[in-house]
Design a protein around this ligand. Structure first.
Ligand SMILES: [Zn+2]
Length: 310
């Protein structure tokens, strides 16, 4: 029988709480873990906890006890996946694509400029937009969070790193076993004939001129092998990540707001198969209530402390 305690915080839209039905909860949730949600009139559904008034009221403080819990889980796990997002690279100077304050999105409609249909329609507009971002990425350096995860892998506590980032800073920090779910800038491909070639010879053109690289075979526009809006992820990567999530003992989410599917579903997939979940992120995520430990803070500050304690 499901037993969990739900606390409603102060909320203008406080309403009667509807008990969730038809949901598969992890057994650990039987332990009356407090969940603070304003669910409004709808169901409390882990994937969409911001329904209702849109506020999630779970703000665990970072304290030594939480650190200790996280370290115990990391030490006990025999197979740990780490999932990283844009928050891991902001301290390296790479803006969060999804941040409202980011000029990357504030000046343009991302669904036009950074979509595959937008690229096919106006590749020059895409390259003008990505010019400063590509320059920033190619000049960025790994920060202490990247270095900590590389050290975690060397120590044997990290078995697979799944990242939503395209900046390759994990590799440069020394991480080995990585799935780059949203692609990378190492290769570039023709959208017309699928010709693929290393992107490095085109870096000066992309970062300095901002013009469209052309396919040497057919003259079509070359596109960096990053996943744009409207493009599917690589199926083999998705399957490998999902398989790893199902077989994991622990999934550590770092610097991701867990808002972009299907990557954001990996923690829920792992938890439903019995895995533990640790979330380290500056802000709250839709999956915080599933986590064994939430450490809300800067990954650059938290990850090195966690790894040093292993
Ligand atoms: Zn071509």
């Amino acid at each position: 029988m499901l037993r969990f305690r739900i606390e409603l915080d102060s909320c203008r839209q406080r309403r009667s709480l509807t008990k969730p039905t038809g949901l598969v909860y992890n057994k650990r949730q039987d332990a009356a873990k407090p969940i603070r949600l304003c669910t409004g009139p709808g169901l409390l559904w882990p994937r969409y906890p911001t329904e209702g008034c849109g506020k999630v009221f779970r703000r665990p403080k970072i304290n030594p006890a939480l650190f200790e819990q996280a370290i115990e889980h990391l030490r006990a796990s025999r197979r740990t996946i780490v999932l990283t997002g844009a928050g891991l690279s902001t301290s390296s100077g790479i803006p969060d694509f999804r941040s409202n304050s980011s000029s990357l999105w504030s000046q343009v409609n991302p669904f036009e400029v950074a979509s595959i249909w937008g690229f096919r329609d106006k590749p020059q507009r895409f390259y003008k937009w990505i010019q400063p971002l590509a320059t920033t990425i190619l000049n960025a350096q790994p920060n202490p969070a990247h270095l900590a995860l590389a050290e975690m892998e060397r120590k044997g506590f990290l078995h697979l790193l799944v990242t939503q980032n395209i900046d390759a800073l994990h590799q440069r920090a020394g991480s080995q076993n990585i799935i780059e779910m949203h692609g990378h800038l190492r290769t570039i491909s023709c959208i017309d004939c699928d010709y693929q070639t290393p992107a490095e010879p085109y870096y000066p053109q992309i970062t300095q001129q901002g013009t469209v690289p052309r396919c040497p075979r057919c003259g079509g526009a070359l596109k960096p092998d990053v996943v744009l809006f409207g493009e599917p992820l690589i199926e083999a990567d998705i399957l490998r990540a999902q398989e790893a999530a199902l077989q994991s003992d622990l999934i550590l989410v770092a610097g991701s707001s867990l808002e972009v599917l299907p990557v954001a579903d990996l923690p829920a997939l792992a938890v439903r198969s019995g895995s533990h979940l640790i979330i380290v992120n500056l802000g709250m995520t839709p999956y915080d209530h599933l986590a064994d430990v939430c450490l809300h803070g800067d990954v650059v500050r938290i990850l090195p402390r966690l790894v040093a304690a292993l």
